[in-house]
Design a protein around this ligand. Structure first.
Ligand SMILES: Cc1cc2nc3c(=O)[nH]c(=O)nc-3n(C[C@H](O)[C@H](O)[C@H](O)COP(=O)(O)OP(=O)(O)OC[C@H]3O[C@@H](n4cnc5c(N)ncnc54)[C@H](O)[C@@H]3O)c2cc1C
Length: 580
């Protein structure tokens, strides 16, 4: 079996090489922030032929981009607000991601909208969905998902027996798409690195380089070693989401873009707690609540409240959890309780500051600005439209460079693992036979790695013990933990349990039962000694304990205070030749 050649790895060696490269040349562009927008900018710029660096302060996607509802959608809500351009743009992106850019990572998902009024509601919702379905055609592609259909109450109950009969009068079912958000961002970065971008996590921008008024680069602290380096670049892109204003403060002066944070909390419950063959979307007084199928689980959310506390670890309070449970229980015949909740996560929406005090009313659209020469800022938008945001930001970069820069071509650049995916999927039975893994495992691997599955299978071939599932999180193979460190930029246990896998929210033990086994597996590729393994497990345990305790608090302030008590950075021994 041969590994697919050509896709860049994001291993520990590659990280140091990237930092060295960034420190030793003047780049065309350096991107601050490794969420979906920053990663998208890096790919867009690299594929236009620019030299690119990207620095992320923590783990890739550790900000908002791993904490979303994980939907690639137009947003029915924006349709109701008559924001047709936004919906059309997002649905066109949905069709492109599903069919060309990331068919291994983006999948169709059905939702049922229970109707609660007789008379006007069915034609109203039906007309909206006719429009929603028709706005989805683009770029010569089909929509990529089935069209909507009307259901009587009886048929709806057959699809979703969990619904309380008296809670609705009938239903309409429609289709959207879903994605593993953190995995998508990491795959974007691997793709960008394949096209020559230098990317490094745990590399925080702590200042700006200036020549008079002009920004000429950034000062970066390598959080693994404590050393600082200057990265010179002709253009800097600030893609830091809810941290946009903090970065602007480092530059000095008033920025043109201001970003507010609005917190959204999601819960995970085991799939058997809600008997349904379809996702469900419910109207709430402020917005909507989704019940989204997620492997052997349901993701339920979300809330929408202003947040002004710690941005790195937004805390979910008891009040948030009760809000979500109360709203979903309004339609379930067997209500969920707090004991059914396996996992909880909170994220912060980067909302452009508007006139209104109500965060749900703030704009979801994005803005690109050039606040001082040499600096471009991009903020707002949503996960679904990251590619459009990135193209706009790189257009602004191009404007600031004295070069002829070609237009964006990312609509024709499949992400790492996309090319050859369909063929690998079609031969999954043969792959199961040759690897000795069950076909269900192969399917799981294909939907996470696409055609890069061969790289994981090579690890197993070399060490058959890696074919075993993790004890206590048997959806994942031991090989996936090793691969996360060697190829996917994971630096710490938390990166692997929270973002490369989602064990931290998919198990009642929240990853504690597998922490030691996973840390032992990471020790080899990351060069950890026994002390470091112990520290990683301790750090992870404290973080989980803090999260659990914060979820018992009534207010955001109390929940945040507890989260702030958990240690932030796991110290690591500096590799040879690097000072701490
Ligand atoms: C609850 C919720 C649900 C959502 N659901 C959906 C959905 O279903 N579909 C959808 O399309 N969108 C959804 N969104 C919106 C979407 O998730 C966000 O718009 C998107 O992830 C924002 O990405 P970003 O790259 O701008 O920000 P982020 O992902 O936050 O990235 C910014 C990065 O900058 C880094 N950074 C900060 N300071 C520094 C520094 N000094 N140096 C280096 N790096 C730094 C941070 O660590 C962070 O990783 C949702 C958002 C939330 C909160």
């Amino acid at each position: 079996m041969t590994a697919r050649l050509g896709t860049a790895r994001l291993g520990p060696g590659e990280r140091y090489a990237a930092l060295d490269s960034m420190g030793s040349q003047e780049l065309d562009v350096v991107v601050v922030g490794g969420g979906v927008v920053g990663a998208g900018v890096a790919l867009d710029a690299a594929t236009r032929g620019l030299s690119v660096g990207l620095v992320e302060a923590r783990d890739f996607a550790s900000g908002t981009s791993s904490r979303s509802s994980k939907l690639i959608h137009g947003g029915l809500r924006y349709l109701e607000q008559l924001n047709f351009d936004l919906v059309r743009e997002a649905l066109q992106e949905r069709s492109l991601l599903l069919q060309r850019i990331a068919p291994h990572l983006v999948r169709p998902v059905p939702f049922m909208f229970p109707l609660t009024h007789t008379g006007w509601e069915r034609p109203y919702v039906g007309a909206g969905l006719v429009l929603y379905d028709s706005l989805g055609f683009s770029f010569g592609f089909t929509r990529g998902v089935p069209g909507h259909r009307h259901l009587s109450r009886r048929r709806a109950l057959r699809l979703a027996p969990a619904l309380r009969r008296t809670s609705f009068t009938g239903a309409v079912q429609y289709w959207d798409a879903q994605v593993d958000d953190a995995r998508y961002v990491m795959t974007l970065l691997r793709t960008a690195a394949t096209y020559g971008a230098h990317v490094a996590s745990r590399a925080q921008v702590v200042g700006f380089l200036r020549e008079g008024e002009r920004v000429t680069g950034v000062r970066v602290c390598d959080l693994e070693t404590g050393t600082e380096l200057d990265v010179r670049a002709r253009q800097v892109v600030n893609a830091t989401g809810v941290w946009t204003d903090d970065i602007q403060e480092l530059v000095g002066g008033r920025g043109q873009i201001h970003v507010n944070a609005s917190k959204g909390v999601h819960l995970l419950v085991p799939r058997d707690r809600i008997h349904s063959l379809t996702g469900i979307i419910l109207r709430t007084e402020k917005s909507v609540l989704f019940v989204i199928p997620w492997g052997r689980h349901w993701i339920i959310g979300t809330t929408d409240t202003a947040w002004t506390l710690d941005k790195a670890h937004p805390a979910a309070s008891r009040t948030d959890i009760d809000y979500v449970l109360d709203h979903v229980n309004a339609v379930l015949s067997v209500p969920l309780t707090r004991d059914d909740v396996e996992g909880v996560y909170a994220g912060l929406r980067p909302l452009l500051r508007g006139e209104s005090e109500q965060t749900s009313q703030l704009s979801r659209e994005h803005v690109v600005a050039h606040p001082v020469p040499g600096l471009v800022m991009v903020a707002g938008g949503k996960f679904t439209t990251y590619r459009v945001m990135a193209a706009d930001a790189v257009d602004a970069v191009a404007h600031g460079l004295d070069l002829r820069v070609p237009p964006s071509c990312t609509d024709r650049i499949p992400l790492a693992g996309a090319e050859g995916y369909q063929a690998r999927w079609n031969s999954r039975n043969r792959l199961a036979e040759s690897s000795g893994l069950h076909v269900a495992r192969i399917e799981h691997l294909l939907q996470r790695y696409g055609s890069m599955i061969d790289e994981v299978l090579v690890l197993i071939e070399a060490d058959p013990s890696l074919a075993r599932p993790l004890t206590g999180a048997d959806d994942y193979l031991r090989a996936e933990i090793v691969y996360a460190a060697t190829h996917e930029g994971a630096r710490h246990l938390n990166d692997v349990l929270t973002r490369r896998t989602h064990i931290s929210i998919e198990t009642f033990h929240r990853g504690l039962a597998v922490a030691e086994e996973a840390a032992e597996l990471l020790a080899g590729p990351l060069g950890w000694d026994a002390e470091q393994v112990k520290r990683e497990v301790e750090y992870y345990t404290k973080r989980v304990e803090a999260e659990r305790a914060s979820q018992e608090q009534d207010t955001d302030q109390e929940a945040d205070a507890i989260q702030m008590g958990a240690p932030e950075i796991v110290p690591v021994a500096a590799p040879e030749g690097r000072s701490l």
